[in-house]
Ligand binder design. Structure first.
Ligand SMILES: Nc1ncnc2c1ncn2[C@@H]1O[C@H](COP(=O)(O)OP(=O)(O)OP(=O)(O)O)[C@@H](O)[C@H]1O
Ligand SMILES: [Mg+2]
Length: 266
């Protein structure tokens, strides 16, 4: 993991106009993110945790170029991010599959927009769907699939465009505990196999430590990074195994402590 970072935030802040601003926030603005600097190297997987409303999604949206920064800069592969671009893929809690397209057509969408030839993009979509055990459902529509299957299809769609960086905003939080573990395993294997760089938000502390190389902790709004925990608990390609590592509990307790301190200070 050498060379320039894949994803970098340099002193990034975000203010939103606030119709009901109080004097403490001042100037009619809510400061959602306050001077965040962070750097993610090639192949690193980093998770971001913090209290609700602390600015996590706002930060990720700026990384994806979906929301402009108020100050500071975001770079992907050294290029300034000013709008959504093909090097960054975004995955959300809601799968956002288009209901009128079949599963394979949904997975092809990003490549279609990029102008990839029809046969090539179909083959890539089918290969990815096979990898996520969805070969029997390629011609189904999203409503015919379970939540876990839809999220696997969304993962296939995210990877189909071969992004440099994956940004994920609570990708599995709507799933039941067992389905979630299966998806975590799928994601972890994929990240290990492809060497992709990822930043993901979660409220699940075990998920954060089981899947990532580092966990970043944000403060209450205005969100700042207050702590970084480097996870050393064996390979991260097998979260089921990692969960059983003796250090995991230690990390989770530490993160719980950090979040409680922040909540109590609110
Ligand atoms: N488009 C917007 N306009 C105004 N304020 C916004 C907008 N988007 C977010 N905010 C405010 O910015 C703050 C941070 O919101 P954000 O969605 O980033 O939090 P979060 O950490 O992702 O929370 P959660 O864990 O609940 O998803 C909140 O106070 C929110 O009300
Ligand atoms: Mg959020």
């Amino acid at each position: 993991m050498t060379g320039s970072p894949r994803l970098e935030f340099r002193d990034v802040s975000k203010r939103f106009a606030n119709a009901r601003a109080n004097s403490r926030q001042g100037g009619g603005f809510v400061v959602a993110v306050d001077g965040v600097s962070l750097s993610i190297a090639d192949g690193e997987v980093v998770s971001l945790i913090g209290p609700s409303g602390c600015g996590k999604s706002t930060l990720l949206n700026m990384g994806a170029g979906l929301d402009p920064v108020s100050s500071g800069q975001v770079f992907v592969d050294g290029e300034l991010v000013t709008r959504p671009n093909r090097h960054v893929a975004f995955m959300l809690q809601k799968d956002l599959l288009l209901p009128w397209r079949t599963i394979v057509e949904n997975v092809e969408l990003g490549q279609e927009i990029q102008g990839a030839p029809g046969r090539e993009r179909r083959q890539r979509a089918l290969d990815l769907l096979a990898k996520y055990r969805l070969s029997d459902f390629v011609a189904h529509y999203p409503h015919q699939l379970s939540g876990g299957m839809r999220q696997r299809a969304a993962l296939a769609r995210t990877l189909a465009v071969d992004p440099s960086v994956l940004l994920m905003d609570e990708p599995f939080s709507a799933l039941d505990a067992q389905t979630k573990m299966v998806l975590q395993q799928d994601l972890a294997r994929t990240l290990a196999d492809t060497g992709k760089t990822a930043l993901f938000i979660t409220h699940d502390l075990v998920e954060a430590v089981a899947l990532s190389d580092r966990v970043l902790v944000m403060s209450q709004r205005p969100g700042r990074i207050i702590e970084e925990i480097v996870v050393e608990a064996g390979d991260r390609d097998n979260p089921m195994k990692r969960r059983q590592h003796p250090r995991i509990a230690e990390y989770v307790v530490r993160l719980m402590g950090l979040l409680q301190i922040e909540q109590a200070a609110a």
